[in-house]
Design a protein around this ligand. Sequence first.
Ligand code: AMP
Length: 278
Amino acid sequence: MEIVTEPEAMQAWAREHRRPDVTIGFVPTMGFLHAGHRSLMDALRPRVDHLVVSIYVNPLQFGPNEDLDRYPRDPEGDAALCTEAGADVLFMPTSLYPSGFATSVSVHGLTEGLCGASRPGHFEGVATVCARLFGLTGCTHAAFGEKDFQQLAVIRRMVTDLAIDLQIVGCPLIRDDHGLALSSRNKYLSDADRNRAQTLSRALFAIQDAANDPRDVSRLRALGAGMIDSDRLEYFEIVDAASLEPLAKLTSGRPARALVAAHYGQTRLIDNVAVEVG
Ligand code: AMP
């Protein structure tokens, strides 16, 4: 596996490898890799000729009081995981943006609710870094996890709207044995908070089970929110799975998604499940 640290070198690699008959898979990450990230690599590896993984903790997507400075890092462990997954290139730039960088990508509508409501500028940072990384890697396929369900929707919208010639592959959310969604940020949790955080997935699964009765969303939300043990529940929403608009009622044949964000001390966790009736 080749390790590339300069954006120019990444782009030179892409120029050398991109041809009409060649596929390049790409997995963008912020590192401290776990089985959730690995599942994205495993989803792409059999489909593409070359697999590129990036690790970059993108300052543009962090707010002023968020965890940019203490985001967990493990470059050696990450490189070992990428090698094992059969990655051809690990792109780990120390800086990503050229001097004079003046562009940002805003996806409207989809970014207003859920995480967008409490993290102004976050999805603009995500869309902007992804657009630049897509350009640098020359990828034909890119994998994103349903763990970040709103992010996946935003990236799909951006790729469609800007006619970026790229297939987005959405991958299922990976959990630990207790149902906790795998996240690099789980490292911050005390044992007690890790136990309490299991109530997030329990609440979401309860919504899945209860979705047929009642179908009234405010009662389902109250049921789910009431099960969560956290320091601060930021949101518990049931939305249309495509538009991310809040729903008043669940309807058979209309895919919905239940999503939660909750805080444990300084740590903010998110989780979500598909909800269907009938
Ligand atoms: P991150 O390093 O947190 O920016 O995540 C990089 C990619 O891995 C994103 O597409 C995430 O949605 C995905 N990812 C993170 N955790 C999981 C998980 N538990 N299951 C599936 N995908 C995940």
